[in-house]
Write a protein that binds this ligand. Structure first.
Ligand code: NDP
Length: 345
């Protein structure tokens, strides 16, 4: 293996940007469990990744052997569609500051995390990496997707022009510890868990889920994503773009019913479906209308047999800690001036 392809040793510094987030914290856990002794995990208060000068200075000083870019402004449909300017601006800045900063600091290898939302709205299913930029994006999350696509293209351009080995990984929908349970900014699964939990506490007769319940979505436990990412790093994988998923989908209705079982919402409470169009966000999905999965189980890991945890096991494991997790989560404040969002897809 050439010097350029050298993988980080257990004693070399590895930077996890966004280490307090769901993905970042899973990467830190996985790296530490794997014996990587120098995991750099600066919090936002120590390093604001929107500050180009501070980010460059940090990278020049620390010169990590590898960087995972798990920092981003992330949210569900409502947040993506409401804070369009912020999603575009902040994610562009984070990608630019870290990727260009890494190059200037001589960092040869990094992994940029994006999302399956970057693919065209009507990309053939299951989604393949070569679908990128082949059609219009889902309108509601277009600014976020554009910023992430810019990050992917930066990695490619720095590889082409400077011989760097910057890879982009696109996970499917994730869930797990440190997820965001704020109904105004969360993704579908934590929103369903919280809604079920609160419905149970209130003794509601019904567990209301907006939408038809028919869209299909794929979910990956975040620790499995971390396994795949660290495997790719250790194996010296240097691109290009790679999808990370399980290849198995569930309908939103099945998901809601699983969550009801896990959260132990007593029967005969039931999921009430609302007709299409009853809620403005109903049609606003991240991805195609019927099915939203990435191609082939474990494809991303290219030979790595990821432990593909499936529902309901990991949700079951997560559920008893729901209250603890939701209260412990980083003091994330609701977005001011917006009512709770009854998201379902
Ligand atoms: P989180 O919101 O949980 O974590 C994002 C992290 O980025 C937070 O720790 C946040 O800090 C940090 N961050 C944001 N802006 C800054 C900044 N300016 N300076 C320093 N830190 C900053 O997101 P996830 O872990 O869910 O997502 C991480 C990546 O994985 C994203 O790129 C996302 O697109 C991708 N992904 C996520 C999926 C999901 O289902 N969650 C699905 C597919 C991809 P703070 O804690 O201070 O807010």
């Amino acid at each position: 293996m050439s010097d350029a392809a050298k993988v980080p040793g257990r004693d070399e510094a590895i930077l996890v940007a966004g280490a307090r987030g769901m993905v970042g914290s899973a990467l830190v856990r996985r790296l530490k469990a794997g014996g990587y002794a120098r995991v750099l995990a600066p919090l936002r208060g120590e390093l604001d990744l929107q500050d180009a000068a501070a980010t460059r200075a940090y990278l020049q000083r620390e010169k990590p052997a590898y960087i995972f870019i798990a920092a981003a402004k992330v949210g569900g449909i409502h947040a993506n569609n409401t804070y369009r300017a912020q999603f575009l601006h902040e994610n562009l800045a984070i990608a630019d500051n870290l990727i260009d900063g890494a190059h200037r600091a001589g960092v040869q290898r990094l992994m940029f995390l994006g999302s399956s939302c970057i693919y065209p709205k009507l990309a053939p299913q299951p989604i393949r990496e070569d679908s990128l930029l082949t059609g219009p994006l889902e309108a509601t999350n277009e600014p976020y997707a554009i910023a992430k696509i810019a990050g992917v293209k930066m990695c490619e351009a720095y590889n082409d022009q400077y011989g760097r080995q910057y890879v982009s990984a696109m996970p499917t929908n994730l869930y797990g510890p440190n997820d965001n349970y704020d109904l105004q900014t969360s993704h579908v699964l934590p929103a369903l868990i919280r809604k079920a939990h609160e419905a149970k506490l209130r003794g509601d007769a019904e567990y209301v889920v907006w939408g038809s319940g028919t869209p299909m979505r794929e979910f990956l436990y975040v620790d499995d994503l971390a396994d795949a990412c660290v495997h790719l790093m250790a194996r010296g994988y240097d691109g290009p773009l790679v999808n990370i998923g399980t290849g198995e989908d569930v309908t939103i209705r099945e998901l809601a019913e699983t969550v009801m079982d896990v959260v132990r919402v007593p029967r005969p409470h039931r999921v009430r479906r609302l007709e299409a169009g009853r809620h403005p966000a109903q049609a606003a999905r991240c991805g195609p209308p019927a099915r939203a999965g990435l191609e082939a189980p474990g494809r991303a890991a290219r030979g790595h047999r990821a432990r593909l945890s499936r529902l309901p096991g990991p949700v079951r494991a997560l559920s008893p800690r729901f209250e603890e997790l939701s209260h412990a989560r980083r003091g994330r404040r609701p977005c001011a001036g917006h009512p709770p969002h009854p998201s379902s897809s």
